[in-house]
Design a protein around this ligand. Structure first.
Ligand SMILES: Nc1ncnc2c1ncn2[C@@H]1O[C@H](COP(=O)(O)OP(=O)(O)OP(=O)(O)O)[C@@H](O)[C@H]1O
Ligand code: SF4
Ligand SMILES: [Mg+2]
Length: 342
């Protein structure tokens, strides 16, 4: 079997979009971390954490980004916010390519684009009160000056299910779930339109994960937020996400509506990923597929399809061709050269 190499295929970006108006367009995003060595501290290799990643998110849409540990989800989320500088590619937010903006020009976009971090213990400054933590971003952007700021902080705390009278307390006085609520209030403090939620519940007890996911869902609906929701496990986010993006070793393997991805995965990696997680729906039957070995090093990823060293359907051509992300049914894309297996 043969397939056309990526470089020879013109890409139709619009087709990787959601329905409706596009808020965020990510084109060929790349983030390499250089490894330096030798006396001259030259770049001797690169960690290819994110390589040629393209997708769109519609305004008001919730998109899940899933994949095993080390697949590049956090790096992609941070690079598209420019919390770390992308090595290449474009990030078009509301019509503007933000990768070309100066630091000063980025200020207004920082307000629009916020992040909720994975670890609510590490992401809150232990020496700042809740009021200072939430007020800091308002101060940077000169929002709600004077008495109005305290009122706004109280309102936000109430909205995320915390008591306004606790705004003078320090992070260590709260539980993990409450700290994540503070992190959510901090992200909302500057009235963003887009939020990257980077595994916001994976550090929390299972018993409170659903509460925090529900809170994010309520806020998303109420405020019309657009959200990129990063998770290890599809089942944590399936019901709040409109679509899912599956990443492996820095590349996108599959994009599909959540419901469709769960029931009808078209990429061998997604099939294996789903088979490893429990199925809440008893009508869906799955064979358990063991993914042999670890995820390869992103310093020297496999040629062709990066998944080929662990793929049970791999054939010779998989080593020669980087599979294009192509539409296999309306709104369903996969980066795999084989159509005869799934
Ligand atoms: N600052 C850095 N310098 C070098 N390599 C890095 C750096 N940050 C991340 N990496 C590497 O990039 C790859 C992707 O990491 P990333 O944290 O984005 O994965 P992830 O999908 O978010 O994983 P997890 O589910 O564990 O959070 C990994 O191999 C990681 O070791
Ligand atoms: S391109 Fe080949 S190795 Fe990659 S997922 Fe498809 S069948 Fe497996
Ligand atoms: Mg991560």
């Amino acid at each position: 079997m043969t397939a056309t190499p990526v470089s020879q295929v013109p890409r139709d970006r619009s087709s990787i979009a959601a329905q409706g108006e596009t808020l965020l367009e990510v084109n060929n995003l790349q983030k390499y971390f250089p490894i330096r060595g030798g006396l001259m501290s030259r770049v001797v290799a690169n960690v290819k954490a994110v390589d040629d990643v393209s997708f769109n998110i519609g305004r008001g849409e919730v998109v899940g980004l899933i994949g095993e540990s080390g697949s590049g989800k956090t790096t992609a989320g941070r690079a598209l916010l420019r919390l770390i500088e992308p090595t290449g590619g474009q990030v078009i937010f509301n019509g503007t390519d933000i990768t070309r903006l100066s630091k000063a020009q980025m200020r207004d976009y920082r307000r629009e684009m916020q992040i909720i971090f994975q670890d609510p213990f590490a992401s809150l400054n232990p020496r700042m009160t809740v009021s200072d933590i939430i007020g800091e971003a308002m101060q940077i952007h000169n929002l709600h000056p004077g008495k109005g700021r305290v009122d706004r902080i109280a309102e936000l705390l109430q909205r995320v299910g915390l008591r306004p009278e606790h705004m003078g307390r320090y992070p260590h006085e709260f539980s993990g779930g409450q700290r994540q609520r503070i992190g959510i209030a901090r992200a909302l403090a500057v009235d963003p339109s887009f939020i990257v939620a980077d595994e916001p519940v994976s550090a929390l007890d299972v018993s409170i994960q659903a509460q925090v996911v529900n809170l994010i869902q309520d806020l998303q609906e109420e405020l019309g937020l657009t959200v990129l929701f990063i998770a290890h496990d599809l089942h944590v986010v399936e019901y709040i996400c409109d679509r899912m993006i599956v990443m492996y070793l820095g590349r996108i393997m599959e994009i599909a509506p959540s419901h469709e991805l769960n029931r009808n995965p078209k990429h061998p990696y997604t099939e294996a990923l789903l088979s490893a997680s429990p199925i809440p729906d008893p009508t869906v039957k799955r064979q358990r597929i063991i993914l042999e070995g670890d995820i390869p090093s992103p310093i020297n990823p496999p040629s062709g399809c990066v998944f080929r060293t662990r793929c049970r359907y791999a054939i010779q051509d998989c080593a020669n061709v980087v599979p294009e992300l192509r539409e296999v049914s309306p709104g369903h894309f996969k980066a795999c050269i084989r159509d005869d297996v799934l």
